[in-house]
Design a protein around this ligand. Structure first.
Ligand SMILES: C[S@@+](CC[C@H](N)C(=O)[O-])C[C@H]1O[C@@H](n2cnc3c(N)ncnc32)[C@H](O)[C@@H]1O
Length: 272
């Protein structure tokens, strides 16, 4: 039988062990989550038994991968994809004792403060994490000294107006959430909550983006052509890792205020 070389890459030896049919049957986004997770994990000291939140895990491939490769316990949390479907995938992968599917919104998480040793997010953080106030919310779920890491689609540099000619056909208003590693570093660093340990781009990441797209979305000519013309000038994968500082107190979240109405005269000249 001819060997199946699909998705084998020297750059990603751990990911290359997984069957391409399993990966292709679990696609939930525009990037190969195993490649991004393997790359991100290189910059995070993940040890067996650690509790990890995989935020925006999609179909939970990254969660299964993290448990199998590093022996961590993973809370596979996602909004759009079904936790029940993910449970089937997790059971079939034989990791139900270490990967726990949760359906939740990243802005309203059902976890105890300081429960996790690490939080990761693969190609998902752009959907909620650009909010200036979000890190102050999310960081409370990781222990002081714990790690937070994101990896996903981004740009080599920020795009100021106007959008470059070769990206215009591909560009939509949502593309505004894609940022450079330097942007993310500043976005996190200025809060004072995290000590940034890594902020960089994947070497030849645009080619991996192109490889993946040619395989999973060969009809998406607009994106493929934009990648081919751009050649990594803007497109790429971005990785940022920070450690929660122990000397910073997180602001309490205001979720509601007590009712305290006092009736007062509305207008100066109102006699009633
Ligand atoms: C592009 S997909 C990536 C999925 C997966 N991590 C992967 O790499 O294949 C983006 C994911 O972000 C999740 N997401 C978006 N907004 C979210 C939110 N507010 N809370 C939790 N997950 C969210 C979606 O459910 C979706 O699975």
């Amino acid at each position: 039988m001819a060997s199946d070389n699909r998705l084998i890459s020297e750059q990603f030896p751990r990911s290359s062990k997984y069957h391409p049919d399993w990966i292709l049957a679990s696609v939930s986004g525009g990037a190969n989550p195993l490649w991004l997770t393997e790359w991100l994990a290189e910059s995070m000291d993940l040890q067996p038994g650690m509790r990890v939140l995989d935020l925006g895990c999609g179909r939970a491939m990254s969660s299964i991968f993290l448990h199998r490769e590093f022996g961590v316990q993973v809370w596979a949390t996602d909004l759009w994809f079904s936790a029940s479907e993910n449970l089937q995938r997790i059971r079939d992968a034989g990791v139900a004792d270490g990967v726990f599917p949760i359906h939740a919104d990243a802005r309203s998480l059902p976890f105890a403060e300081e429960f996790f040793d690490a939080i990761i997010s693969i190609d998902s953080f752009i959907y909620y994490g650009t909010d200036d106030l979000y890190l102050n919310y999310l960081a409370r779920f990781v222990k002081p000294g714990g790690l937070m890491g994101i990896a996903g689609a981004g740009f080599a540099r920020e795009i100021d107006d106007p959008v470059p000619e070769h990206l215009r056909k591909w560009w939509t208003p949502e593309c505004c959430c894609l940022h450079s590693a330097a942007w993310w570093r500043r976005h996190w660093e200025r809060t004072g909550i995290l000590q940034i340990e890594q902020a960089d781009m994947m070497p030849d990441g645009w080619q991996r983006w192109l490889d993946w797209h040619r395989m999973v979305a060969p009809d998406n000519a607009t994106e493929i052509q934009a990648l081919e013309v751009d050649r990594g000038n803007y497109f790429g994968y971005v990785r940022v890792v920070g450690r929660r500082r122990s000397d910073v107190n997180l602001e309490d979240l205001i979720v509601s205020l007590p009712a305290q109405y006092t009736k007062q005269q509305l207008m100066r000249d109102d006699e009633s």
